[in-house]
Structures are given as structure tokens and as C-alpha cells.
Design a protein around this ligand. Structure first.
Ligand code: PLP
Length: 458
């Protein structure tokens, strides 16, 4: 096929949908260090994890089997919104005047608006078949809460979402959509849990934080036998489920006889980046191909580029397992950043290990250049991208501009992890000139939060 005759949209036939997930643990040279219990600081036991997760997901967390069958019941739900299209970004290429060929995989086509539904569906299913009636979770920006509300409804389960109070107040439509899908949405901190009541007693006027909301969701799950907790990123089983993105993308690239030189994804907890990257990384492990992989983070929350590889708490409340990862420190507070999904202080242990071992590169981009990239993308490719995803767009544009200088015809593939139609407040601020660059106090905040990791003595 001539490279200028490749269709704008490359659609995978339904018969070609992946029927198994790809597990990178089968192929990575060094497995991540084990999780530690936040209570004992010893290796976490299956029993501790069993208080909040079903057996099948704990198994997926630890297995080194290369391919895991996607259950028929999950396939049926995937077929409601998968495959997702791959686009050749002709209009963006033209606007940039680059000889590079740019492709993007668009995960924002499903009704929840992001890739998170890829893991919400199997998480609901595996809990359901083990007799769990209700799932709890936290949400900040709202994408994960929306996806889990939808997925639990698909399997006739209940869902309780602890939503950071400030988001609950500022994002009423996100709250409404979760309620439309039948979820109970509780502003956190709340009087429904012991930990919430404790926080309210001390700080009655607090806006809440993701750490508080996690602590509430975990307590709720751990104290009800028919209830479990679900997490939307970071953990191995989430990254396993997200491999459908890259498995489809590989087939779509094959359909037009292409292979990416560069694979790019934005990086919050690592799930959408790993989802698109790991199936291609398998070719690197097999010695067949050597793409470059770039995980793109926000300059305001630079865990890979400025964090340390260490054991740290997964959450600010110190309730979640302690993991070996790149971290800025569990008490790190990212300042003024409008991509809510990229505010996490740490990263997936799998992605962290692979970055540590040199298989993956990282880049950090500034908020202003991200919004500029988002606007150019909207005006050329016609999709309003999520601010998170726009970090990947921004890096793709930088790579395409390098090709313009060097004259190289590289193939660039990035993951467009979601759409931005619920993020109009952020775009409104950008358009009215209220989003700038520069992050005052960042270095001091990183130093402070990293000092606290050292104090843990792990
Ligand atoms: C949650 C979210 C992210 C960040 O999470 P990852 O686990 O790093 O993928 C990125 N993009 C969108 C649209 C999200 O909703």
C-alpha cells in the first residue's frame, strides 16, 4: 500500500478482536520487587489482599503466564465499544509540515470517554463471579468513577464512588453521569466511614483529597464481606487488561504494512501507556523490532524524570500496599495542574522496573505547551482531546518536528487515551489566558516529599 493511500481510519474487523490479554511479566528480564504490607512492612500476604480483591484478580496480579484468556462474558461487553479506531493524522501532519507519518489509537470513543472501561469491565466481572455484590472506589477527575459505574451496571452490581469533595462540587456533570449509571456518589471525606469521620472532626471544612477518598473506599470494602475495592491504574492486573489497546494497534499497523519507530502515551499511573506499549515491547524482547517507547508525564508531577526508584506507599493515607516504583513521595502535592489523571505521585511497578532497566524513555511536558498541542489537534483532527492525552499529543508533535528538521520519515504512534468533552473548565481557563507555565516551588516540594520517604526507613 502506498503510504499516502492509507485510510484516515483503520478499523479492525470484529473477527480480529484480541481474545487474550498479553502479560508483560512473562517476558520482562527482571520482575518488580514484591508488594509490602503497609501494616507490617513484610511481603504482603494473599490473605491481606483478599480482604479487598477477588482471588482471580490477585492471581492475575502475580502470574507470569504470557497470555490470559478474556472470558466470553467480558468479550461480549468489549464488543459494545471495541475495537477502537486507529487514525492516520493526515491533517496534523500537514499542519506541521512533517515527513513523519503520525498515527493515533483513539480510546475515547466509548461512552465513558476513556480507556479506563477496558479494565473496569473485567474487574466488575471477576468480582461478580466470586459472589461480590458491590464495588467501592475513589475518583478525582471522574473518568475512573464513570467507567466503574458503567461496568458494575453491566453486571448488575452496586457501586459506591467516594469523590473528592472539591471535584464533587466543581464537576456536577461527572457526578450526574455516575448517578445515571446507578452508582452512589459520596463526597469525601464523609461521615459514612470511621476514617472519614476522623478527618471531618479534625478538619470540618476540608476540600478532601484523593488520599482521603482511597482510605474511605478501602475501609468500606474491607469492612463489608460482600464488597470489594477496585483501582483504575497502577496495578499489574489493570495493565494486563489494558493490553487490548496495543494488541489491536499491532494488528491495525499490520493492516497498512507499518511498524512504529516511536510509541508514545501519557503517564499517570501507567495503564494507558503500558496498554499501548507492552505488546510492541514484546517484539523488542523477541529481538524482532526496536521501537522507542516514551512515557510522557506532566512537568508538575515528574515521577519518572525527577523521582527516585524506591519502596513507597501507593497512597497518601498509607493504606495501600507499599510498592517498588518511581515516586516523588506519597505526600507529594502537585500544584495547579489541569490534567487530573496525571497527578499521581508514583507509577506502575511494571512500568517503573522497565524504565529502570532501560527499555522505556520518559519525557515531561509543560502545561501551556500541552494545551497548545490540544488546540492544534482539535483544529486539525477535529477531536477535543482529554488534557491527559494531550501530553502524548504534545510529545508526538515534538518528535514530528524533529523529523522535519532531519528529513526522516519516522512512523509515530501515540495513544489518545480519552476525549476532553468533560474538561471544558480547563479549556475555558486556557482560552482566557489563565494557564501559564512555570511551577513555583516544585523542587522544594519534591525534596520535602522525598525526605518523608527516607523517614519511612523501608
Ligand atoms: C486516568 C487517565 C489517564 C492516566 O492514567 P494512566 O493509568 O496513566 O493511563 C490518562 N488519560 C485519561 C483520559 C485518563 O482518564
Amino acid at each position: 500500500m502506498k503510504k499516502n493511500q492509507i485510510p484516515h481510519q483503520i478499523i479492525l474487523p470484529a473477527s480480529e478482536l484480541p481474545k487474550q490479554w498479553y502479560n508483560v511479566r512473562a517476558d520482562m528480564p527482571n520482575l518488580p520487587a514484591p508488594y509490602l504490607s503497609p501494616r507490617t512492612h513484610k511481603e504482603v500476604t494473599a490473605e491481606e489482599l483478599g480482604a479487598i480483591f477477588p482471588k482471580s484478580l490477585i492471581e492475575q496480579e502475580l502470574t507470569t503466564e504470557r497470555y490470559i484468556d478474556i472470558p466470553k462474558e467480558v468479550m461480549e461487553k468489549y464488543e459494545l465499544f471495541r475495537s477502537t479506531p486507529m487514525h492516520r493524522a493526515y491533517e496534523l501532519e500537514k499542519a506541521l509540515g512533517t515527513p513523519a507519518r503520525i498515527y493515533y489509537k483513539y480510546e475515547g470513543t466509548n461512552p465513558s470517554g476513556s480507556h479506563k472501561l477496558n479494565s473496569a469491565v473485567p474487574q466488575a466481572y471477576f468480582n461478580k463471579i466470586e459472589g461480590i455484590k458491590r464495588l467501592t472506589t475513589e475518583t478525582g477527575a471522574g473518568q475512573w468513577g464513570t467507567a466503574l459505574s458503567m461496568a458494575t451496571k453491566m453486571f448488575d452490581m452496586e457501586c459506591t464512588v467516594y469523590m473528592v469533595k472539591v471535584s464533587y462540587q466543581q464537576k456536577p456533570y461527572r457526578r450526574s453521569i455516575m448517578q445515571m449509571y446507578g452508582a452512589g456518589v459520596i463526597p469525601s471525606p464523609s461521615d459514612q466511614t470511621q476514617v472519614g469521620r476522623g478527618i471531618l472532626a479534625k478538619m470540618p471544612d476540608t476540600n478532601g483529597s484523593l488520599g482521603d477518598a482511597i482510605a474511605e473506599a478501602v475501609e468500606d470494602a474491607a469492612s463489608h464481606s460482600d464488597t470489594n475495592y477496585a483501582l483504575g491504574s497502577v496495578l499489574n492486573h489493570v495493565i494486563l487488561h489494558q493490553s487490548v489497546i496495543g494488541l489491536e494497534a499491532k494488528k491495525q499497523m499490520e493492516m497498512v504494512d507499518e511498524y512504529p519507530d516511536i510509541v508514545i502515551g501519557c503517564n499517570g499511573g501507567g495503564s494507558n501507556f503500558s496498554g499501548i506499549a507492552f505488546p510492541f515491547l514484546k517484539d523488542t524482547f523477541d529481538g524482532k523490532e526496536h521501537a522507542k517507547f516514551i512515557a510522557v508525564e506532566a512537568e508538575a508531577c515528574p515521577k519518572l524524570t525527577k523521582g527516585v526508584f524506591t519502596y513507597d506507599y501507593g497512597d497518601s493515607a498509607g493504606m495501600a500496599p507499599i510498592t517498588m516504583m518511581y515516586s516523588l513521595g506519597h505526600s507529594f502535592h502537585p500544584s495547579g495542574i489541569h490534567a487530573g489523571g496525571l497527578r499521581y505521585h508514583g507509577d506502575s511497578p511494571l512500568l517503573s522496573q522497565l524504565y529502570h532497566d532501560g527499555f522505556i524513555e520518559a519525557a515531561a511536558v509543560g502545561q501551556k505547551e500541552v494545551f497548545e498541542a490540544a488546540l492544534l489537534f482539535a483544529q486539525t483532527e477535529a477531536i477535543v482531546p482529554a488534557p491527559e492525552s494531550s501530553h502524548a499529543i504534545c510529545q508526538a508533535i515534538k518528535e514530528a518536528n524533529k523529523c522535519k528538521e532531519s528529513g526522516e520519515e519516522k512512523v509515530i504512534l501515540f495513544n489518545l487515551s480519552g476525549n476532553g468533552y468533560f474538561d471544558m473548565t480547563a479549556y475555558d481557563m486556557y482560552l482566557s489566558g489563565k494557564i501559564g507555565d512555570g511551577i513555583p516551588g516544585l523542587e522544594e516540594e519534591i525534596a520535602r516529599a522525598q525526605g518523608e520517604i527516607k523517614d519511612l526507613g523501608l
